[in-house]
Write a protein that binds this ligand. Structure first.
Ligand code: KIV
Ligand code: NA
Length: 265
């Protein structure tokens, strides 16, 4: 099984094949996801929540990300590995470059993800200059929890929507290889995806992005409490983890996930 590359994601976007993505934090789940046909694996800083039991991602360190990236990489054969730069490790372009070096050299990530819009364009450009593949995470940005005092759907009014469309274009011009949209209205996500020449992955962004991502524990029914509306528990109709994960991949590919009720107006 040949490892996927960014060129495969470009081809999938061009051909309208949906990109199936999940978060992952260790080698056993990585092997499970790889077997199930997950295309893009993200070592997310959501590990602060689901691995470390914290209520936010703010406390996740670069060492944590390097460690989980490395042990996730160990379980992968085909899937492409992307790893988050955690809070305040990319506040300057040079800091971002040094942190990305660790994620790629020690953590074996093939792409890094950073949260932001126009204000991270300079950093994206710097990483691009030195050959670091970058995904820009727009819309709802969990690392800003204490600044925002909570989370809500982003880009709901016309001005905010237009700004996000402009930011997406700026980030692409700066060299971003991929965009990720979290919790934005489905119509806005469709607009950004149609305009972008790089693949756009969505979470709570409706059916029209080039791919979908969810937290692995959410699709396996392992997350307690109230779930965001875009979450679907694939263990509900499966008898084992392999089936549930493969069902998620199949649902993304055949466009049965996300359904209209998983998106925001
Ligand atoms: O950290 C994470 O899990 C993420 C995804 C939810 C997009 O950034
Ligand atoms: Na994240």
């Amino acid at each position: 099984r040949k490892p996927l590359t960014l060129a495969d994601f470009a081809r999938m976007k061009a051909e309208g094949e949906k990109i199936a993505s999940l978060t992952c934090y260790d080698a056993s789940f990585a092997a499970l996801e790889d077997r199930a046909g997950v295309d893009l694996v993200l070592v997310g800083d959501s590990l602060g929540n689901v691995i470390q039991g914290a209520s936010t991602t703010v406390g996740v360190s670069l060492d944590d990300m390097v460690y989980h990236s490395r042990i996730t990489a160990a379980g992968l054969e085909r899937a492409f590995l992307m790893t988050d730069l955690p809070f305040l490790t990319y506040a300057t372009p040079d800091a971002a470059l040094a942190a990305s070096h660790r994620l790629m050299a020690e953590g074996q990530a093939k792409m890094v993800k950073i949260e932001g819009g126009a204000e991270i364009a300079e950093t994206v450009s710097h990483l691009t200059t030195y050959g670091v593949p970058v995904c820009a995470h727009m819309g709802l940005r969990p690392q800003l929890v204490h600044k925002l005092g909570g989370f809500k759907v982003q880009g709901r009014d016309d001005a905010a929507a237009d700004a996000m469309v402009r930011d997406a274009r700026l980030l692409e011009e700066a060299g971003a290889d991929m965009l990720l949209l979290e919790c934005v209205p489905s119509t806005l996500a469709a607009r950004i995806t149609a305009a972008a020449s790089v693949p756009v992955i969505g979470i709570g962004a409706g059916p029209d992005t080039d791919g979908q991502i969810l937290v692995i524990y959410d699709i396996l029914g392992l997350s307690p409490g109230r779930k965001p509306r875009f979450v679907k528990n694939f263990m509900a109709d499966a008898d084992c983890l392999d089936t549930a994960t493969a069902d998620y991949v199949a649902a993304v590919k055949d466009r049965s996930y996300p359904a209209p009720e998983h998106g925001f107006k």
